[in-house]
Ligand binder design. Structure first.
Ligand code: ADP
Ligand code: ASP
Ligand code: MG
Length: 419
C-alpha cells in the first residue's frame, strides 16, 4: 500500500485534477490519495472565518460567493462533472455561516476552514470515478482523532490506530481519496493539524497502515538546496537521511511540514518528494541512510522574524528557573522559537513574528527588562562553507549569529535579496 499526497498547487484548476488522475493511473496496487484544499482555498477560508467572526455580512457574502465560483469554475473545466456534486457541502457551509458564532475563534476556524478539503476531495473523487478510476471517498475525521487544541490539534495515536485498523480489512478497495489537514475529537468536533498539515496527514496514514512509501507531489523537482523563489540557483538533492531532512524542516525549509518525518522514520517508511509536473523524474528520496559527510551547502530562509532579548529585572542571573518561566510563557502563547542564546545576564530568542508574540512580550515584560527588533530574517546554512556564508551575509546587517560544526545561522535585518 502506498500513500500519495497532493498539495493545493497540484489541484489548483481542472488541468491539475486531470494530471492527478493521470499520475494515479500509472500506479497499480492499493493507493491512498490525500488531497489538500485547491489552490489558495485555505487562505480564502481564513478570510471567511474572519468576516464571520467580525459579523461582516457583506464581506462574508462576497468571500462565500468567490469560494463557490472558484470551485464551480474547476468543475466546469472538467466536463465529466456536474456542479451538483458539491452543492450539499456548500449548503452545509452556508448554514454554518448563517448561524451565530461562539466566542471561541479557534474552534469556529476548525468548523469552517476544513470545507476547503471536503470540497477538493469531493471533486477529485468524483472526477476519478468519472474517468473510470473507481474509488472510495473517505471522511478522514472518522479515523484520525485528536485532542481539542483547535488549529494545532495533537493526534491521539492509540485511537487513530484502532479506528484505522478497520480500513485494512477492506483490502478489495484499491483506491481511497481523503482529506489532508483535518481530524476530529472523540466528540466528533472537527479539528485541524496546523497550516500546511496535509503532508503530516499523509505520514500519519502511512505510519498506521505500514505503507511501502509516502509520496508528496509538489511543484518543484524535489527537495532543493534552497527555496527556488528566494535562491534561483537552487539544485535538487537526490537523497537525504531522515535526520538531515528533520533538521532542515526544523530550520524552516517549507517544502515538507516539520511533523511529517518522525512517524515515517519510526517505521522506516521512505518519503518521496516528487514533481507533479514531471512525474516520471526521480525526485528526492528521504530514507534511513548514512548521509555522506560532503553534502553541498543547504540554505533555509525564515522571513518575518523578531529578535527578543531579556534579562531579569532584579539583576539575578539567567538560571534554570527564569528559563523555565520564559519557556512557559512562550509556549502558553503558542510562539515558535527558532534560535536561542543564553549568557549569564541575558537570554535572546529569534521567533516567528506572529500575532501571538506581542501577548508573550507583554507578559514577559512584567518580569524581565526586554528589548526587541522586528523585521528580521533568519538564514540557516547547513554544511556551510566560507563561500556560502559570504554569499548570504555580504552587504547585510547581521544582528545575531550562531555557528556550530555543521550549521551557521544568521539573524539579519530584512532587506532585498539578489543572487
Ligand atoms: P504543497 O502544494 O504541497 O502545499 P508547498 O507549496 O507547501 O507545497 O511546498 C512547495 C514549495 O516549497 C515550492 O514551491 C518551493 O517554493 C518551496 N520550498 C521552500 N524550500 C524548498 C526547498 N528546500 N526545496 C524545494 N522547495 C522548497
Ligand atoms: N490546506 C491546508 C493549508 O493550506 C493544508 C495543506 O495544504 O497542507 O494550510
Ligand atoms: Mg502546502
Amino acid at each position: 500500500m502506498r500513500v500519495f499526497k497532493f498539495g493545493g498547487a497540484s489541484v489548483k484548476d481542472g488541468a491539475g485534477v486531470r494530471n492527478l488522475a493521470e499520475i494515479v493511473r500509472q500506479y497499480k496496487g492499493q493507493l491512498f490519495v490525500v488531497v489538500s484544499a485547491m489552490g489558495k482555498t485555505t487562505n480564502a477560508m481564513e478570510a471567511i472565518v474572519e468576516a464571520y467572526m467580525k459579523g461582516d455580512k457583506m464581506g462574508l457574502e462576497q468571500c462565500f460567493n468567490n469560494l463557490c465560483s472558484y470551485h464551480y469554475g474547476i468543475i466546469d473545466e472538467l466536463s465529466e462533472l456536474n456542479r451538483s456534486c458539491i452543492e450539499g457541502l456548500l449548503h452545509q457551509l452556508n448554514a454554518k455561516l448563517e448561524s451565530e458564532p461562539s466566542l471561541n475563534y479557534d474552534f469556529e476556524y476548525d468548523q469552517i476552514v476544513p470545507f476547503g478539503e471536503l470540497l477538493s476531495t469531493t471533486i477529485v473523487s468524483e472526477y476519478l470515478n468519472a474517468a473510470g478510476q473507481g474509488n472510495e471517498w473517505l471522511d478522514i475525521r472518522r479515523y484520525i482523532r485528536s485532542d481539542d487544541c483547535y488549529r494545532s490539534a495533537n493526534v491521539n495515536w492509540e485511537l487513530t490506530k484502532e479506528l484505522m485498523s478497520d480500513l485494512l480489512v477492506k483490502d478489495d478497495s484499491r483506491l481511497f481519496v481523503t482529506q489532508g489537514f483535518i481530524a476530529s475529537t472523540e466528540n466528533n468536533l472537527t479539528t485541524t493539524l496546523g497550516r500546511e498539515g496535509s503532508d503530516y496527514t499523509g505520514a500519519i496514514i502511512a505510519h498506521v497502515l505500514d505503507a511501502e512509501y509516502l509520496a508528496i507531489w509538489k511543484d518543484v523537482p524535489g527537495v532543493l538546496n534552497a527555496d527556488p523563489r528566494w535562491y534561483p540557483k537552487a539544485t535538487k538533492i537526490d537523497e537525504l537521511s531522515y535526520w538531515e531532512a528533520i533538521e532542515l524542516t526544523y530550520y524552516g525549509a517549507q517544502v515538507i511540514h516539520p511533523k511529517t518525518l518522525k512517524p515515517l522514520q519510526n517505521k522506516q517508511i521512505p518519503l518521496l518528494v516528487k514533481s507533479f509536473v514531471e512525474p516520471h523524474n526521480a525526485g528526492t528520496v528521504i530514507k534511513s541512510s548514512e548521509q555522506s559527510g560532503d553534502l553541498q551547502p543547504i540554505f533555509v530562509l525564515k522571513r518575518k522574524q523578531i529578535l527578543i532579548s531579556m534579562s531579569p529585572k532584579d539583576f539575578s542571573f539567567i538560571m534554570e528557573e527564569s528559563l523555565s518561566d520564559i519557556f512557559h510563557i512562550f509556549s502558553k502563547h503558542r510562539v515558535t522559537l527558532n534560535m536561542m542564546q543564553t549568557s549569564a545576564l541575558n537570554f535572546s530568542v529569534c521567533a516567528d513574528d506572529s500575532k501571538y508574540v506581542k501577548a508573550a512580550i507583554e507578559e514577559l515584560q512584567q518580569q524581565f527588562d526586554l528589548r526587541y527588533n522586528d523585521e528580521m530574517e533568519l538564514v540557516t546554512i547547513r554544511h556551510y562553507t566560507q563561500e556560502a556564508i559570504d554569499e548570504v551575509i555580504t552587504n547585510k546587517t547581521v544582528v545575531d549569529s550562531q555557528v556550530s560544526r555543521k550549521t551557521a545561522r544568521y539573524v539579519l535585518k530584512a532587506s532585498e535579496w539578489r543572487f
